[in-house]
Write a protein that binds this ligand. Structure first.
Ligand code: 13P
Ligand code: SF4
Length: 315
């Protein structure tokens, strides 16, 4: 099937089956175009909770589709490529984490949403990069906290809040492979540019950045800024939205220290138009979770959404 026919068929099947397509900003451009709702982790979790269609096709990675299933278990949740994982989720396995948690019984567990349902079920509170700082600040100062699985995000929150959260040793393979030296090189060539970075980047890079924020925060920052040039330290999929919203501004991508030299998340790019079509057609692969995991994992996610509303982070 050629690309245009594939796109038409996806739209037709979506209607016929009363499905909704939720897409993360890191998806391929053609998938972003077909998504009914495009957002970052926090916005997509909220949207998944609100969906009333029979089928949710989640164009993102496995932990995101699981979150959608946990928040809206009566819907059929599909993920075009069921093997689309995440280095953060992979770094934190249930058995190891349960042991770590047991070694620190006086600690509350905050997990970044980039983890499996099993880890969420072992957590007291979930956060995203869009609400982590405010959620942590809202907790009593004497509260001891384990933060998992992203040591970069956790370290950044420690540095700006003065906390001393105990960090799990995981990283995002995409953001962690971006280096401060590459940013400095670009900054020397473009002294008029502002450096913006995602908090999953390592601390050396964050220290040479002018603005640190979640995917949505970066988008808002660029739109409001009078500056015309930005050095962007995050996954490249976001540039599609940045350029669409700001056609008069220039975006310079920080080259990655990874093998390909690009800051593409290979997991995010596993979803293709062909897989999206086939998953709608066959209503598979589907996210399936047992009831007990759903019940246990739901509590800290709902707590995050409720606290985010109370703190005015989301509506
Ligand atoms: P956000 O969508 O929360 O900014 O997270 C970025 C990311 O790496 C998603 O996997
Ligand atoms: Fe995971 Fe990083 Fe890919 Fe996001 S960009 S899915 S955190 S590996």
């Amino acid at each position: 099937m050629d690309t245009e026919t594939l796109k038409r068929e996806i739209v037709r099947l979506k209607k016929e089956k009363n499905a909704v397509i939720l897409g993360h900003y890191y998806q391929r451009e053609e998938i972003q175009d077909l998504s009914d709702y495009i957002g970052d982790s926090l916005a997509l979790a909220q949207e998944a909770q609100r969906c009333d269609q029979d089928i949710i096709v989640f164009c993102g990675v496995h932990f995101m589709a699981e979150t959608a299933k946990i928040l809206n278990p009566s819907r059929k949740v599909l993920l075009p490529d069921i093997t689309a994982s995440c280095s953060l989720a992979e770094s934190c396995k249930g058995e190891d984490f349960a042991k770590f948690k047991a070694e620190h019984p006086d600690h509350m567990v905050i997990s970044y949403v980039n983890c499996s349902a099993e880890i969420k079920a072992l957590s007291d509170l979930i956060c995203t990069s869009g609400n982590a700082e405010k959620l942590v600040r809202s907790l009593p100062e004497e509260q001891k906290i384990i933060f998992a699985p992203d040591k970069n995000l956790g370290g950044y929150i420690n540095s700006i809040t003065g906390r001393n959260m105990l960090l799990w040793d995981g990283v995002c393979m995409v953001h962690d492979a971006l280096h401060a030296e590459s940013v400095m090189k670009l900054k020397m060539q473009h002294p008029d540019a502002i450096v913006i970075a995602h908090p999953e980047c390592n601390s050396a890079l964050l220290q040479v950045s002018d603005f640190v924020g979640s995917t949505k925060a970066m988008l808002n920052y660029i739109s409001k800024s009078t500056c015309k040039k930005f050095i962007v330290a995050t996954e490249t999929g976001i540039l599609y939205e940045m350029r669409k919203n700001n056609p008069d501004k220039e975006f310079l991508v920080v080259p990655s220290g990874s093998e390909c030299g690009c800051a593409d998340c290979s997991y995010m790019k596993q979803n293709t138009l062909e897989k999206l079509y086939s998953c709608l057609l066959n209503e598979s692969p589907e996210i399936l979770l047992d009831e007990e995991t759903i019940e246990r994992a739901k509590k800290p996610i709902v707590r995050m959404l409720d606290m985010s509303k109370q703190l005015g982070i989301i509506k």
